[in-house]
Design a protein around this ligand. Structure first.
Ligand code: C5P
Length: 232
């Protein structure tokens, strides 16, 4: 898989997401399905989107005991998703069990990436609620390295961190980065943003773009603009 734009399809129901994807007639964008849509519609929405020819990043952020995560990942692997994820905080044993569960009898498997510290967690809440006292940047890099040592393919991170993650974990370790906005667009609730061109320059492997595409007057044109700026 090379550089690509993943559309965050944060819709609440199947009808809405399928209508949205109907607009894409000659390209089949990579689609991110999150908890809201998956819990509303179940595995059938993944099958339908895959049948239409899209790649799917299933963003369910698993975090449980290793055996439970292993079995859940086996189910996701059979759904033929292309990328799925978990919390690195589940520790090495959980990440290794997840990889075992994901690996099909023929040795193939979806890519597995880790969430490090959520971007909604700041230094203060990490220290107060999690009793982690190191600087948050170091914690994120440590989680990235732990995920890599467990055999994972990459992490979800801010495009601002992608360069450092590659410096620490190597260019082959995938950085999947939300928080992307056009220079002339609204930032909404995203605090630290980059344009698709800046994300390309800093070395993100995949950008995850939601509202700049889903809420655009012409979503197909907005998607094409992202692809031109990020991939070409
Ligand atoms: O609409 P927008 O482009 O902000 O959507 C970004 C997507 O990436 C959303 O699905 C959001 O949940 C997800 N995400 C994020 N920041 C993270 C992790 C995931 O924005 N740190």
């Amino acid at each position: 898989m090379g550089k690509d734009v993943i559309i965050a399809c944060d819709f609440s129901g199947a009808e809405h997401v399928l209508q949205f994807l109907d607009q894409f007639t000659d390209v089949k964008p990579f689609v991110k399905i999150g908890m809201e849509l998956f819990y509303a519609e179940g595995p059938s929405i993944v099958r339908q989107i895959k049948e239409r020819g899209h790649k799917v990043f299933l963003d369910l952020k698993l975090h449980d005991i290793p055996n439970t995560v292993k079995k859940a990942m086996k189910v996701l692997s059979e759904l033929d998703v292309d990328i799925c994820n978990l919390h690195a905080a589940g520790t090495t044993a959980m990440m290794q069990a997840a990889l075992e569960g994901l690996t099909r009898p023929d040795g193939s498997r979806p890519k597995l990436i880790a969430v490090t510290q959520l971007t909604s967690t700041d230094q203060q809440s990490m220290e107060r609620d999690l009793l982690i006292n190191q600087p948050i940047d170091e914690v994120v890099m440590h989680y990235a390295k732990t995920a890599q040592n467990a055999g994972l393919d990459g992490i979800v991170c801010s495009p601002l961190e992608a360069g450092k993650v590659h410096a620490v974990c190597g260019e082959g370790f995938l950085t999947v980065t939300p928080g992307v906005r056009f220079a002339d667009g609204a930032t909404e609730d995203q605090k630290r943003v980059m344009t698709p061109a800046q994300a390309k320059q800093i070395g993100s492997d995949y950008i995850v773009v939601g509202r700049p595409i889903t809420a655009a007057q012409d979503p197909v044109a907005a998607y094409r603009r992202c692809v031109e700026d990020f991939c070409d």
